[in-house]
Design a protein around this ligand. Structure first.
Ligand code: MG
Length: 271
């Protein structure tokens, strides 16, 4: 597939504003780690900036503007970190979704919960001799974190994971994230499918979709969202996104700008 070089997001605010104003509704998707918050050594330490949180809250309360935070974290973890009432949460890479009037669990992933638990238990035993390798069972998907492992051990960690998942190759697959191996159910589902599901539920005018993410699993959404405002955050790796932003500091600027244009007119149109 041919890919165009993405445009620097910061240079394209006027064009993006024109595209937003041409539509009646906006659907904003935000990844969490590496997009809204800087990647930190211990994922438990990731905290949302107060101004970003406020901007997301205000945007999510606006009529015809929906905000979804979409992440590899579990729904519970994501909700605990953001805690805003009008935001839609898509956890476990979109395998579970919760928001005002919305509730979804991808059925194949749901049925595979016991097998994922077994896989995680076996992996925890196999990896127990490697310091810094940490298995996290997120119920519908799992992560093996290695940020705190010796870089010399990463190849061995990968080998152990691939060998375990290979025994269940029809049911699970491995995806490489930032200092993490993600174990995902084979379910014909991804973040792009989650975006479609959310839009089908919301109804109303067809929105202009804005999607910002830094993960390899965000690429499925970028590929599906042709004609949308897709933004690859972080290092400029090959991407199907249309725009590029260097990191969470620039995402913060974008969100504050988006808030300013969303509230520039029709101040009464909040719910
Ligand atoms: Mg991320």
């Amino acid at each position: 597939m041919s890919r165009q070089q993405p445009q620097p997001l910061a240079d394209c605010f006027p064009e993006i504003e024109r595209r937003i104003r041409a539509r009646e509704a906006v659907s904003l998707f935000l990844d969490f780690d590496g997009t809204l918050t800087p990647l930190v050594g211990d994922p438990a330490e990731a905290r949302l900036d107060a101004a970003v949180q406020r901007a997301i809250d205000r945007l999510s309360r606006k009529r015809n503007l929906n905000v979804t935070v979409i992440s590899g974290r579990s729904l519970h973890d994501l909700h605990a970190r953001i805690g805003l009432p009008y935001v839609i949460y898509a956890g476990n890479h979109g395998f579970e979704i919760k928001g005002p009037g919305l509730r979804f669990m991808q059925p194949i992933a749901g049925a595979l919960r016991p097998e994922l638990q077994d896989l995680c238990s076996r992996l925890a035993v196999s990896l127990s001799s490697i310091p810094g390798a940490k298995v996290e069972n997120k119920v519908l998907t799992a992560s093996v974190h290695y940020r705190q492992a010796d870089p010399a051990d990463v190849a061995q960690i990968e080998e152990v994971i691939l060998a375990s998942v290979k025994q269940n190759a029809a049911r699970f697959r491995v995806s490489l994230g930032h200092q993490v191996f993600e174990i995902l159910p084979v379910a014909g589902w991804n973040k792009g499918a989650a975006v479609n599901w959310i839009h089908d539920q919301l109804g109303g005018p067809t929105p202009i979709t804005i999607y910002l993410g830094d993960d390899s699993t965000d690429e499925a959404a970028f590929r599906m969202l042709t004609g949308s405002i897709t933004v690859k955050v972080g290092p400029l790796d090959p991407t199907s996104a249309r725009y590029h932003s260097p990191g969470p500091a620039q995402v913060r600027e974008f969100l504050l700008w988006l808030e300013s244009i969303a509230f520039a007119r029709a101040k009464a149109a909040t719910r």
